[in-house]
Design a protein around this ligand. Sequence first.
Ligand SMILES: NC(=O)c1ccc[n+]([C@@H]2O[C@H](COP(=O)([O-])OP(=O)(O)OC[C@H]3O[C@@H](n4cnc5c(N)ncnc54)[C@H](O)[C@@H]3O)[C@@H](O)[C@H]2O)c1
Length: 438
Amino acid sequence: MNIAVVGTGYVGLVSGTCFSELGANVCCIDVDKEKVSKLKAGEIPIYEEGLQEMFENNTKAGRLTFTTDLRDCLDDVEIVFIAVGTPPNEDGSADVSHVLDVARTFGANIKRYTLLVTKSTVPIGTAGKVKDVIMEELEKRGEEIPFDVASNPEFLMEGSATRDFMKPERVVIGTDSERAKALLTSLYRPMLLNKFRVFFMDIPSAEMTKYVANSMLATRISFMNEVAALCEKTGADINHVRQGVGSDSRIGDKFLYAGCGYGGSCFPKDVRALTRTADENGLKMKVIEAVSEVNEAQKGIVYEKLKAALGGSVKGKTIAVWGLSFKPGTDDIREAPSCTVIRLLVENGAKVRATDPIAMDNFRKVCGKGVKLCNTLLETVEDADAVALITEWKQYRMVPWEEVRRKMKGNVIVDGRNVYDPDEIMTYGFFYYGIGRG
Ligand SMILES: NC(=O)c1ccc[n+]([C@@H]2O[C@H](COP(=O)([O-])OP(=O)(O)OC[C@H]3O[C@@H](n4cnc5c(N)ncnc54)[C@H](O)[C@@H]3O)[C@@H](O)[C@H]2O)c1
């Protein structure tokens, strides 16, 4: 099957590459000319385990190609996936202008029945807008060409994106057309052999499912962060509480970790966008509004702890920051807690020495001002007064504490992800501060 995927970010590039791995001929499109010429030259702009190999195999086999203009391959494809960004507007709603741009090009250029599928996360009702834009374009042309619009929200997680895509727990497809259903069933058939579940539903339900899934996960995190604050007041340890609670099969043990807040390109914006959709429909969703509020405050918690541990001010102090990406396994720093913590430190006169296994380039572009970026953990701690762990990369779990202690001027460790054993750390003469650990 020939398909097009518009947008070559995390979702578009991973989806396009994985579909080609499953045998489809995939044309990937992006308006970013530099990105496309790098992709054509074999350079992948993001890090995802396993992506490089699949990318190389399928570009070599001619199943995966890149261009800057959807019109280059529109005549040859049966399905066009939209995987462009839907960044937040100032009022928290999702900006769907890129999605509608693609719909416009689609409507202005299709020559025969083609299916347009939204994979980007879009507010409930967007498929209707997409359809209207296509109809307008067809009317301008004075032509009646059949088409369908469907919703196929993507649930992959950065850091495990290729695995999530190839072995999804479920695929959600919103459509009111039997023809679209048949096309998508045959595209996803290789995966159907793995017996994962496909849920067909109406389009608004599919669009809503994505927002509710992300908002539910974000709610668990913010809830546990509030519980962590109470643990600190009462002498309880959030790690014990998490284990006790998470072993209840009705609750489950995922997304229950207290820490310095969630970030990334999805949870923050999707939670805010759901709140906006509720507003627009005359509803107030108090729970989900509180989830965002708690998270924004939580992103500053490591700074607050450093300040308290360093005698009420970070001015003139040197802080080593471990981890910049919003979570391990990705180089994405969008809405990462590291940016909030480092901004607060720099604004308040601290010197910051930071490191990350793969996200330093992205960090440098967006919020690296006034920060010394170092290649290793040991380099960051030279003359440092305190260490702050922000991203729980595996390689930061076993730390040569004795050496760290020797290189540091001070002895404060703020563990923003609760990965270290306080008893062990204190034997090296450190003061340990976790999140919600009594
Ligand atoms: N990142 C994730 O983990 C994830 C997971 C599930 C769903 N989503 C959703 O998927 C969508 C894409 O997310 P992402 O993280 O891949 O975004 P991204 O910002 O990494 O990539 C988007 C790409 O779209 C391109 N683009 C923008 N307008 C275009 C146009 N008119 N034509 C062609 N290309 C265009 C941009 O140049 C960019 O390369 C968003 O709606 C997001 O919420 C993201």
